[in-house]
Design a protein around this ligand. Structure first.
Ligand code: RB5
Length: 150
């Protein structure tokens, strides 16, 4: 499975370990193919630019799922959710992640450098990639309605 990853400068925020490379190493160790769409360093950038890159990777089919990281996960999720067909969920517990996949068919997980430890992030990512959409009619109807009403 192809995963698109994006972050703002929070991905390289001190102290080490830097979250972005650690998350990418984690994904690759699990056998996923990862596109790191930036940012790639500590220079201050604008999170909408990287939300946009990951959203487009999913919408054009080059990635099946995405992971976005900023300081809190909030700004980058708001930016990603401006794209029709993107369902980006900020999650801080594994239960939130599992429902985001099973009920909301979330296609991007958003995590916060200043909110979750790197080990917590790995667990959130494992749950995200290990949970399928349950496909229930009511969930499909509600997801379709989000795009119809947008
Ligand atoms: C950048 O300092 C910070 O505002 C950003 O990473 C994010 O937390 C915004 O929601």
């Amino acid at each position: 499975m192809n995963i698109a990853f994006g972050c703002d400068h929070a991905g390289y925020e001190e102290p080490e370990p830097y979250y972005a490379p650690t998350i990418i190493d984690h994904l690759e160790s699990l056998g996923y193919s990862v596109q790191h769409l930036g940012t790639h360093g500590q220079g201050s950038v604008d999170y909408p630019d990287f939300a946009n890159k990951v959203a487009h990777a999913i919408l054009d089919g080059s990635a099946e799922l995405g992971i976005l990281l900023c300081g809190t996960g909030t700004g980058i999720s708001i930016a990603a959710n401006r794209h029709r067909g993107i369902r980006a969920a900020v999650c801080v517990t594994e239960e939130m992640v599992q429902f985001a996949r099973a009920h909301n068919n979330a296609n991007i997980l958003c995590i916060g450098r200043r909110i979750s430890s790197i080990e917590e992030c790995k667990h959130l990512i494992n749950s995200f990639l290990g949970t399928d959409f349950d496909g229930g009619e009511r969930h499909v109807r509600r997801i379709d309605k989000m795009d119809e009403l947008a």
